[in-house]
Structures are given as C-alpha cells and as structure tokens.
Design a protein around this ligand. Sequence first.
Ligand SMILES: NC(=O)c1ccc[n+]([C@@H]2O[C@H](COP(=O)([O-])OP(=O)(O)OC[C@H]3O[C@@H](n4cnc5c(N)ncnc54)[C@H](O)[C@@H]3O)[C@@H](O)[C@H]2O)c1
Ligand SMILES: O=C(O)CC[C@@H](O)C(=O)O
Length: 527
Amino acid sequence: MTKPKVLISDKMDPNAARIFEERGCDVDVITGETPEELAARIGDYDGLAIRSSTKVTAAILDAATNLKVIGRAGIGVDNVDIPAASAKGVVVMNTPFGNSITTAEHAIAMIFALARQIPEANTRTQAGEWPKNAFMGVEVTGKTLGLIGAGNIGSIVAARAQGVRMKVIAYDPFLTPERAVEIGVEKVNLDDLLARADFITLHTPLTDETRNILSRENLAKTKQGVRIVNCARGGLIDEEALGDLLDSGHIAGAALDVFKTEPAKGSPLFGKPNFICTPHLGASTTEAQVNVALQVAEQMADYLVNGGVTNALNMPSLSAEEAPKLKPYMKLAESLGSLVGQLAHGNLTSIAIEREGAAAELSGKPIEGAVLAGLMRQYSDTVNMVNAPFLAKERGLDVRSIRHQREGAYNTLLRVTVGTENGDRSVAGTLFGSDAPRLVEIFGVRIEAELTGHMLYIVNEDAPGFIGRIGSLLGEAGINIGTFHLGRRETGGEAVLLLSVDQPIPESVVKQACALQDVKLVKPLAF
Ligand SMILES: NC(=O)c1ccc[n+]([C@@H]2O[C@H](COP(=O)([O-])OP(=O)(O)OC[C@H]3O[C@@H](n4cnc5c(N)ncnc54)[C@H](O)[C@@H]3O)[C@@H](O)[C@H]2O)c1
Ligand SMILES: O=C(O)CC[C@@H](O)C(=O)O
C-alpha cells in the first residue's frame, strides 16, 4: 500500500513531522509559499497540516485533487473554507484543547500588564527615565472580570482570575446555569456585563453573531475606566471606536493579541499610551506548540491510516477503537445505500437508516454517512462520507436514522428504506461472523448475497426452467457466473435472482435477458 503523503505548510513543532513518519505517512515541510505555489503543489498530498498562516481557500481546495484531511494545529479554523472542504469531501480537524491553558495565561498576563502598565513602564525605565511618578496602577483583587465567551479558554481564565480574587461574571448564551455554577461565574446578559465589568476579556469564536460584539455602541455602554483584553479573534471589537474611547479616557486600557487584519502593521491604535499588543502570540508557548503539533499529527495520521476521526468540524467523531468495529458496517452501509440507489426508480424524497441488534450500539452518524455515500455515488463520482450528507441535503432528501432496541431475527441488522414517488423501497443487510457484510432482504424478498463487483438483478415469475435459460444465455455470451442467489415472495409468485459475474454485462445481453420468458426486470449492478 502506498503511504499517505502529508504537507506541513506552516511553521510547526518538529514533533508533528516525527509523528507523521512514525505513523506511516510520508511528510514534507514546506512553509512560506504563495497561494499559487501551494495550489501547484497541493495535488500531490493526502493531508495538509496548518496553523494560521496558510489560507485554505476554495481555489486551493479545487487544486487539491487527492486531499482527504486538513489538520489545524490550534483552535480557530477561520483560515479554512469549511463549506468548500466539505463539498469536496475533505475532513477538517482542529486541536481544541492543546493551547487553551497557554492562551488563557496570555489573557491573564494582559490583565496584569494593563493593570500595572508594565510594557510602558519597562520601556521608559530602560530608556533611563526612572518614571516612578508617571504610573499608578490598580489592584485586580475584588474587581469584576467580565468574560464574553465561557468555553474552554474562558473557563480557564475564570479559574485563574478567581485565584487572584476577582469576581467573574460571564456573557455566553450557550453557558448552562449548571456549568456557570460549576466554574463559579455569574451568568449575565451582555448589557449587564458591559455595565458592571472593570475588566472585560473576549473568548468567543468569530461568527456572524460575535463579529463586532464590542461595537461602538456597546463600548459606550461599558463602565468608565474599564480595561479590555482580546486574545480570541480580531473582528470582535470595533478597533476605531476602541481608539476613540481610549483617547477620551472612557476606556482606561486595552490589550489586543489579535487584530481585524493580520499581520497588523499599521493600526491607529499603535502608540497610544494605554494600549498594548502582541502579534497573535496567545498560543505561542513551547508547551502549547508541542501539544498541538503532536495532536494534529496523531489525529491526521489516525484518519489517513486507520480511518479514525477525532475533532473533525465537518464529520462525526469516530475513535480509533470504534473505527475497526465500524469498518464492516461501513462497507455494508455503503453497499446497501448503493443498492437502493441503483434500484429505486423515480425521485428519491427520503431515506431512513434503521439499526437493530449489535448495530444499534454503534454510532449512527458514520453509518448514515456511509449509506448516503453509497446512495449519492449514483449522482457524483467524488462523493464520500464527508460530503454525502451535504449533497443529500442539497437535493432536499429527508434523512432519518432510527435505532431499534427490539430483538430481531439477526444479531445485527441495517435496513435502508428510500421513499420515492412510487412508494417506499427497502433493503436490509447483516454481518456474517463479525465482519462479512451480507444482503438479507431486497424489496421484501429474503435473499442472502454478498454485494460485490459486477452483479445482475433479475425479477421474474417463479416458473420451472427459468434458471436454465438465464444460465445458458450468460454461458453463450461467455460470461462466467461467480455466485447465484435466489429468493421469492411465495411459491409461483415473484422471484428474485441476484448473481455475481466476473465482468460487466454488455447491454445486448441485458436486452436478451429482458426478452426471456417470465422475466419482469433485469438490472446490472456494480459495487
Ligand atoms: N490568540 C490565540 O492565539 C488563540 C489561541 C487559541 C484560541 N484562540 C481563540 O479563542 C477563542 C475561544 O476559544 P475556545 O477554545 O475557548 O473556544 P470554545 O468553543 O471552547 O468557547 C467559545 C465560547 O464562546 C461562546 N459563544 C459563542 N457565540 C457566542 C456569542 N454570540 N456570545 C457570547 N459567547 C458566545 C460559546 O458558547 C463557547 O462557550 C476562539 O476564537 C479561538 O480561535 C485564540
Ligand atoms: O497557531 C497560532 O499561533 C494561533 C493559534 C490560535 O489562533 C488558535 O486559534 O488556536
């Protein structure tokens, strides 16, 4: 088997390259390329490991003909066009926890730097001024810290701030009352936070809801003398309004690690005495960079080599432990999806995926992704588990996953039912042993067959002599039959024949089969 190839395109701790190699991937480290250079190179790679400098745009993804996974060594993925990646079937992963402590510590450092004006005092002292009377700081003890966003980083900031005896209030619409109690913060609304906080720190992603959350209007609602820290994302604060309120003295100080436009090389905030900044250093500690490099390489290699999915933003997680258990189900699910896709006529309006017995104990989402991939392959060559759910949604397909606790005739069973304008059509399959997928029912007829390679599906009237006739036809056409499976609704009723053959069946032979006595339908299949 050829080794998966990974490109590391941003400066990353060398542990990442080592892990990729140890896990069986070939790895190249090529940083600092222009988008055009990256686009010209990316077609060779199965994986792309990045930090924040590489911008994975739709144009890069268009050129990424082999790409299967993008791994962000860090949290924010605003430099990746996730909808475009999903549409191309590329998994996007991040490392949501590896740099949280480090970034929270940076926010705390900014709070202290602002409270005691350390950067400016340092500069002027080293300039020989000894400006002892120019600086009067504030204590943080007893002050109110307002968190906007109380997720991973916000809650670590809360714990550290409580350690220095600050009172912590938080605005986060997704923070449950129980979690607020657990992390010891008072949950408040945004106006309340703006009115009460002596220090405000931001810890949300940049979304349509959070963009400009500290707008001119909201900044004006803050307490006189407030100090503001942003180590989350540029774009959360109106930088121009911030500058005006720093000048007017309404805001006593501001510390930014992140800017609306990065690299920020000429902000109007620069040079203001009560403004301090760092060049997006929130995650820049040795510990955090080792953490995220190790994690991203482990996760990406796990996906490329074993199919395990961790911390994906556009696909359900699948542990490396669960991945091998799910593997035969994925094959079964994809074959069943493919079978209904090939056989159901008319517009598909809905699909139901039922799991029973042992299958009911497994994660439903990956199985759903595999069924949809099999089904949608009728419409697109580039479909896979990542983009199939998006394609299905685009086509307006109503997708339902159902988990049954009932005992059935099989230890484990998957049933796929599609709704068409001609009614519902359903197929079902099981695993023989622990890993051999088998079809067990097709449109209400019991039949046992392995869905593999080229097959021929025939519906006929159950009558003597038919099997001989179809055998002779295929034999005369030089087509070798591999396996032969029969099922019927009732004696003398409708019968189903499913046979595997060693080569594609020519159209002329299909036509001859259609013309045989008692035949109602002939359909070549491919898996
Ligand atoms: N400066 C850096 O180098 C650096 C390093 C790491 C992370 N970050 C950034 O820090 C931010 C927070 O990271 P995290 O790991 O804590 O993320 P997280 O997802 O754990 O937490 C984000 C929190 O924001 C909340 N939120 C979402 N929408 C909101 C809204 N409209 N109003 C208020 N709260 C809202 C969410 O409920 C969640 O609790 C991210 O933007 C991340 O990219 C920056
Ligand atoms: O990689 C970096 O240095 C920045 C990381 C940070 O912005 C993140 O979102 O994880």
